[in-house]
Ligand binder design. Structure first.
Ligand code: 13P
Length: 352
């Protein structure tokens, strides 16, 4: 039961001491986040993974691509552990290296050698896609630094290939001043299928990969209209993985850390309709009883893969470490580490 797991986790942590650091993403459930030495959005957790050189073990309570990035950025002696190896990300799975290379080859063939395309991958992607960006003059971004990264990319080249999240790419491009008709969507399952595909690509300043987050796709404009009708003074706060219409209809949008900051700095009595993962929204509501905070989706929408990190897995991997056994380690090969680090460090240098 919960108390027994608490006892086991606390005992293992005490034994491991400074050799262990536990990182927790804001979407983790309460029973996990309470054990995190540090909490963060994906950018902050990448910074933390790059900066905690003293620990031998980084136990990452988040999803696979985050643990991979931690392995890329950590020191060689450090081992990164994902308590449940089944904690993946369906959006990250919407782009693989073969598809990205096919897209890249088609674009360069079509646009010629001086096409000036800069590949930008969202953090939510496999390490080999980050390495692709590193090798090809590109960069990684997260939802907290996407505007800065897009600005950097357009200073390096004329066009951006943005993968795998279509929506973050579009929302960021629009704020940067790129018009909708200067963007085109690349569907890896059926590329170049539209009649005007070539023209659209030639005109495009941003080529958006057709990928999405199933949790953030649940939010729509009707939910926002309903909330505004019910509470005229409500503030709508959404994550940029939501569709364009949702972001346009909101008052504010940003990463999980941004969402938390807005609420932490708001006066008592503020009302919020939030569009992001439910564990985070519930926690914010609990931590801020002086405000009125609810999730815009009436049907509870957890990120099913974040939810796969259960205290029983945490207890299991920590007790194994106490016994000198490393289980569920996430380890990226050396060649991939080299180039993925190039792309990640370009992002870190731009800062949040
Ligand atoms: P951030 O924590 O960077 O906002 O990202 C949220 C997310 O979708 C992680 O998968």
């Amino acid at each position: 039961d919960g108390e027994e797991l608490d006892r086991r986790i606390a005992a293992a942590r005490a034994t491991l001491g400074e050799r262990l650091v536990i990182l927790g993403h804001h979407y983790q459930r309460d029973e996990i986040i309470k054990y995190a030495d540090y909490r963060g959005d994906s950018f902050k957790l990448a910074q933390l993974a790059a900066g905690r050189k003293a620990a031998d073990y980084i136990v990452f309570c988040g999803v696979h691509f985050m643990a991979e990035s931690a392995d890329v950025l950590s020191a060689p002696h450090q081992k990164v552990i994902l308590p449940n190896p089944a904690a993946g990300c369906s959006m990250a799975d919407m782009a693989n290296i073969a598809e990205v290379e096919e897209c890249w080859d088609t674009l360069t063939e079509l646009l010629g050698e001086d096409a000036g395309i800069i590949p930008v991958t969202y953090m939510n992607s496999a390490a080999n896609l980050k390495a692709f960006c590193g090798r090809n003059g590109g960069v990684v971004c997260t939802s907290s630094n996407a505007p800065k990264v897009i600005d950097w990319a357009f200073k390096q080249g004329k066009r951006v290939l943005f993968f795998p999240d279509e929506h973050l790419g579009r929302n960021t491009g629009l704020r940067y001043g790129i018009r909708e008709d200067q963007m085109t969507v690349w569907n890896p399952k059926d590329p170049m299928s539209s009649e005007n595909a070539e023209e659209e690509i030639e005109r495009a300043r941003i080529i958006l990969w057709k990928g999405y987050c199933t949790t953030h796709m649940r939010f729509n404009v009707q939910q926002i209209e309903k909330a505004r009708a019910e509470y005229p003074d409500i503030k709508i706060l959404v994550h940029p993985e939501c569709r364009r219409e949702v972001v346009d209809a909101a008052d504010l949008f940003g990463s999980t850390e941004y969402i938390i900051q807005q609420i932490e700095h708001a006066p008592a009595g503020t009302k919020w309709g939030v569009a992001t993962e439910i564990n985070l929204v519930h926690r914010l509501a609990k931590e801020h009883p002086e405000q009125f905070i609810f999730c815009l989706d009436p049907i509870v929408c957890p990120c099913s893969t974040m939810y796969r990190i259960h205290p029983a897995y945490l207890a299991w991997v920590l007790e194994a470490l106490v016994d000198g056994e490393v289980i569920n380690q996430v380890s990226v090969d050396e060649e991939t580490v080299h180039w993925a680090r190039v792309a990640l460090e370009r992002m870190l240098a731009l800062a949040a």
